[in-house]
Design a protein around this ligand. Structure first.
Ligand SMILES: C[S@@+](CC[C@H](N)C(=O)[O-])C[C@H]1O[C@@H](n2cnc3c(N)ncnc32)[C@H](O)[C@@H]1O
Length: 465
């Protein structure tokens, strides 16, 4: 392989970081490829062949080869997410700060698209916990929604807001993850071209933006709430310096994260624990060649000052007409009494009942793009089901026809092509591969109407065998 074209002085500056092994780092960039890893969806258990576990994440696995995920129907069904292994460390932090999951929590994933860490948080929380996944850039919101739709749970909300909009939700969140936009050096092995675009000026800009994002969102954290901060940069300014700035500016206490789980211990993980200069705040660094993953920095701090009371807002009850409609849409969910039903424009949505008040409050302050699961539209007494309902783990599948597809038919379906089947029944059918729903089709005499959403259909040509 070619010698990596690191920016000038990059290695010498990094060599000042305690625990950094320059030889291993250069070798990893020159002679090894990024490991392929996936995280399984605990709600859609499916036996998948993997090649060893990611030690810091219960659902994380390495694969020895990189298959074509686009042409795997189980990927589209949401059975797993393709995620860089180091990022999965957030799971370990969440398990450390919430070992018993006793009290329900509200978690904000502030910089969420495309949704890798949002689906991870979703796996780590229970139905009574709420995830708000936010993305500032409008064009990146659809991919975030698609990934959460595939995950299939009904306890997440997607918003499209600037971090400063969260300032009004004082003390609302128990945990905030700020996976901040950064200069991206941690991705040099995966994307060597990024080395040419890297600059110290950009590191400084990123540092300033990170401070601004954190200052904007800080009021939204509860007293004793946790802030998880992460970047995919190796730069001190974007990592330990930010921790010192947080401790200087706010009353925050840094948390050590013990690197122990089951049979694994510190050494095997290869993660480097660092301390910031001024406040000795704990940080965790991942270097290719030392830990099995790409570059990552993560840290966790606890807010030690009183937060203003969280705003709370209760919307009025449903209209009479809506109550009749609710009785109809309820049929399509398992345990229908668990949900609060909400109609937006003509769409019916359901979210775990416990989150009604939070949703009412968030709707006042934020631009909500998705909440819970979108069931569909009613045409008289008939439901036109939404794609989200097909992928939801809460769907009453018995209320619909189900068509099992072969691999070739599943790919035709995901490409939104005609499928070569002669239906014997009539009506809305879940189109399934190995029992996992992929989406909807309408079965008609002698024909099938493929309702797979155009926006997410497979466009690429299948690989030649
Ligand atoms: C590192 S990426 C997030 C990756 C994501 N957490 C995941 O695991 O899939 C950073 C995100 O921050 C967003 N972003 C960019 N500028 C921002 C700003 N000023 N405030 C908040 N978010 C911003 C980007 O659009 C991007 O989606």
């Amino acid at each position: 392989m070619n010698e990596p074209n690191f920016p000038e002085n990059f290695i010498s500056i990094l060599s000042a970081e305690p625990g950094f092994d320059a030889g291993n780092f250069i070798n990893a960039h020159q002679n090894t490829e990024s490991p392929t890893s996936i995280r399984l969806n605990p709600f859609k258990k499916h036996a998948l062949k993997t090649d060893g576990q990611v030690p810091w994440c219960v659902d994380g696995y390495y694969l020895n080869t990189r298959p074509s995920f686009t042409f795997d129907p189980l990927f589209h069904a949401g059975c797993y997410y393709v995620q860089e292994a180091s990022s999965m460390f957030i799971d370990h932090i969440l398990k450390t700060i919430r070992p018993d999951k006793d009290e329900p929590v509200k978690i904000l994933d502030l910089c969420a698209a495309p949704g890798g860490k949002s689906t991870l948080i979703n796996s780590a929380i229970g139905a009574d916990d709420l995830l708000v996944a936010n993305e500032i850039i409008k064009t990146r919101v659809p991919v975030l929604c698609d990934n959460l739709n595939r995950w299939g749970t009904a306890n997440s909300i997607v918003s499209n807001n600037d971090p400063k909009d969260f300032g009004r939700l004082t003390g609302f969140f128990d945990i905030i993850l700020a996976d901040a936009p950064c200069s991206g050096s941690g991705m040099f092995r995966k994307d060597p071209a990024a080395m040419n675009e890297w600059s110290e000026a950009n590191v400084n800009l990123c540092h300033q933006r990170q401070e601004r994002i954190l200052a904007d969102v800080y009021p939204a954290l509860k007293e004793d709430g946790y802030l998880i901060y992460s970047t995919c940069s190796y730069s001190h300014q974007e990592n330990e310096e930010i921790l010192d700035w947080l401790c200087d500016t706010f009353n925050m206490e840094s948390l050590p994260i013990p690197m122990v789980r089951q049979t694994h211990h510190d050494k095997e993980w290869g993660i480097v624990e660092t301390r910031s200069e001024k406040h000795q705040a704990f940080g965790y660094r991942f270097y290719p060649g030392q830990a099995k993953g790409e570059g990552l920095f993560a840290a966790c701090l606890k807010k030690k000052e009183q937060a203003d009371d969280a705003p709370s807002f209760k919307a009025k009850g449903h209209q009479k007409l809506a109550l009749q409609e609710i009785e109809i849409v309820k049929r399509y969910l398992i345990e229908p009494e668990n949900y609060y039903y909400n109609k937006i424009n003509d769409d019916w949505l359901a979210i775990n009942r416990i989150h009604k008040e939070s949703l009412d409050t968030l709707q006042r302050y934020l631009y909500i793009k998705k909440s819970g699961v979108r069931i569909g539209k009613l045409m008289g007494k008939d439901l036109v089901p939404d794609h989200e309902l097909a992928l939801s783990i809460h769907t009453n599948k018995d209320a619909f026809l189900q068509t099992e597809l072969t691999y070739e038919q599943a790919i035709q379906y995901l490409r939104r092509e005609n499928i070569d089947i002669n239906p014997t029944d009539k009506g809305w059918s879940l189109m399934c591969f190995e029992g996992e729903p992929l989406g909807w089709a309408k079965l008609l005499p002698n024909r099938i109407n493929n309702y797979y959403p155009k926006e997410i259909r497979i466009l690429a040509s299948p690989p030649t065998p």
